[in-house]
Design a protein around this ligand. Structure first.
Ligand SMILES: NC(=O)c1ccc[n+]([C@@H]2O[C@H](COP(=O)([O-])OP(=O)(O)OC[C@H]3O[C@@H](n4cnc5c(N)ncnc54)[C@H](OP(=O)(O)O)[C@@H]3O)[C@@H](O)[C@H]2O)c1
Length: 265
């Protein structure tokens, strides 16, 4: 199996790192094509993968093709590779908001997959959701799960849920990082040195996520476990439980989902 990436930016690099380091595909069988020669050279030097001189050439030598350009750049890429894509190809797009039917209108013969990965894939802790066109097979599903599983967790979900997926896990790392930045800033205001506040808050976020995923308890149960009657956490939670915060979080996710829907137009 030869796996190609059209677009070798941040997200492609995270996926390439996982795919190559897990041994799912050998570096010799991973190819990239990017309009930036600098990006191609960096990826070649860093991961030992091959560079193609153009998108059409890459499609000609790969069985699996990731489309990893910005959503606004997807249409010209589809036009460019359309003639070379056949029923032998499995094509995975990671472009936010871009629907399978839009891609199928140009790449009618290929089996198509829409994927929403996220940036923690860079450290092997990604979260990817995917959906496939009706023509995709069980063996395509195995390939998709193996490739995406090499850089984190994978779930298959209906395409109707992809705007919500994009808001929760695609954009989510930025939302959690923003909350973390606010906690660090508050720690500094309370008198901590910036580096100490960053260490305390970041490790607390990491440990909380690990505890939740390993013990399969709900966030609400964890809050309860940390809160003791009339204690410090209860005092803080009295502020955080404000409906204003819940409204802000809802509005942020709604805006991300709305933008994902707009990008599909
Ligand atoms: N970043 C995330 O956290 C994240 C999460 C989930 C999904 N995604 C999706 O992943 C996709 C890529 O995002 P990204 O953050 O990796 O963007 P990025 O870093 O800008 O990477 C895109 C790369 O594609 C190159 N490119 C543009 N047009 C091209 C063309 N016609 N042929 C070949 N290469 C081309 C760009 O070069 P230039 O920079 O020179 O234009 C750039 O190197 C987007 O569709 C986004 O929705 C991103």
């Amino acid at each position: 199996m030869r796996v190609g990436f059209i677009g070798g930016g941040k997200m492609a690099e995270a996926m390439i790192r996982g795919i190559v380091s897990s041994g799912s595909v050998t570096a010799d069988d991973v190819l990239v094509s990017d309009i930036s020669e600098e990006r191609c050279t960096l990826l070649k030097d860093q991961y030992g993968i091959q560079v193609c001189s153009g998108n059409a050439e890459l499609v000609g030598v790969c069985d699996v093709v990731f489309l990893a350009v910005k959503p606004q750049g997807l249409a010209p890429v589809l036009e460019e590779i359309g003639a070379g894509v056949t029923e032998q190809h499995l094509v995975l797009s990671i472009a936010a908001g871009k629907r399978l039917d839009g891609m199928a209108a140009v790449l009618s013969s290929a089996r198509l997959v829409r994927v929403m990965p996220n940036l923690p894939a860079t450290v092997g802790e990604g979260m990817s959701a995917y959906c496939m066109t009706a023509g995709a097979t069980d063996s395509d599903r195995d390939v998709v799960q193996t490739l995406l599983g090499s850089f984190g967790k994978v779930v298959e979900l209906p395409e109707e849920q992809f705007d919500a997926v994009t808001a929760v896990s695609g954009s989510g790392p930025a939302f959690f990082a923003h909350f973390l930045a606010l906690v660090i800033e508050a720690g500094e205001t309370l008198g901590l040195a910036p580096s100490d506040a960053a260490l305390l808050a970041t490790q607390t976020m990491r440990g909380t996520a690990q505890l939740l995923s390993e013990q399969a308890s709900s966030p609400a149960e964890l809050v309860k476990a940390v809160c003791s009657k009339k204690g410090t956490t209860e005092a803080g939670m009295a502020q955080l439980s404000s409906p204003v915060l819940a409204d802000i979080v809802q509005a942020a996710l709604q805006a991300a989902a709305d933008r994902s829907r707009e990008l599909s137009a």
